[in-house]
Design a protein around this ligand. Sequence first.
Ligand SMILES: [Zn+2]
Length: 351
Amino acid sequence: MTTHTLPGLVDVHVHLRVPGGEHKETVATGTAAALAGGVTAVLAMPNTSPPITDVVTLDAARAAHRDALCDVGLFLGATDSNAADAAAAAEGACGLKIYVNETFGPLRIEHLAALAAHFASWPRGRPIVLHAERVAVAAALGLAVTYGQRVHIAHVSRAEEVRLIADAKAAGLPVTCELTPHHLFLTEDDLPALGPFGVMRPPLATPADRDALWAHLDAVDCIATDHAPHTREEKLGDTPPPGVPGLETLLPLMLTAVHAGRLTLDRLVALTSTTPARLFGIRTPEESSVEVEIGPAWTLPERGYRTKPDWSPFAGMTVRGRVLATTLRGQMAYADGRVRAAPGSGRVLFG
Ligand SMILES: [Zn+2]
């Protein structure tokens, strides 16, 4: 067994469900899950109720996250009509999120003119994150070059997508991307066992897609969870909503990959902490770290998570990594299986 001290993780893709989805997750449960997973800063997505689309909804959401246990940045969401409002609110947000493909919630851009308006209006150099699948990745690249913006492609899941992004980077295009642990560790072959608990967007892909993600890890900038909690009852209903929790299983899974020699610990730190912090302009909090253990095998449980729905698509998997303790600004925030951070230990970032 070896223990290591790493910088606190920055997870650039998390759904805290606040406001409007507090039966799925609250600021308290979501940020507790983050600290238990070694994550000291999360960037929260805007597909809430109401969605975060302008300075009024952003300010309300910022106030609602005041008691966060870890640092939180908030995304603005793009709609077909809010390009000017989103740009005007940019200072208080960690970036603009544009949904080009189907997702959970009401935010989805259907019209090219609206996409172009956002790319033209959004402050240059501030992050634009796209949920773009398949051919929409190419559209995002074209918009970036056309308008002098940098784009970040969320949760890349298919071989054709990661190959295009690798080629675009080699050609010098201003694109970065993230992968999720569920697309690295699960495939459509797991769907019969997972049932509705394996339903997500983008959907679980083929084993060949998964292998291509691992093979192109050099072209990837971040690993982000896309932590997207829904209750067990919702998942077992007639139309299970897409999304799975992931904050507490990110490091156990990725440290297992380190143990297996699939990537180095230094590379994992770059993917989960230093590069996401740099891309999104986040100063990692001083005196913040996560102590991890690599080696002993243990099984991810069915229950016992801090995330409110308390289930995991990875339950039953044998892993070889564990978070022992998380420190935030010199305070013990998580240790011995207990979250110790006080409400308000985290900061609402930007603005
Ligand atoms: Zn998401």
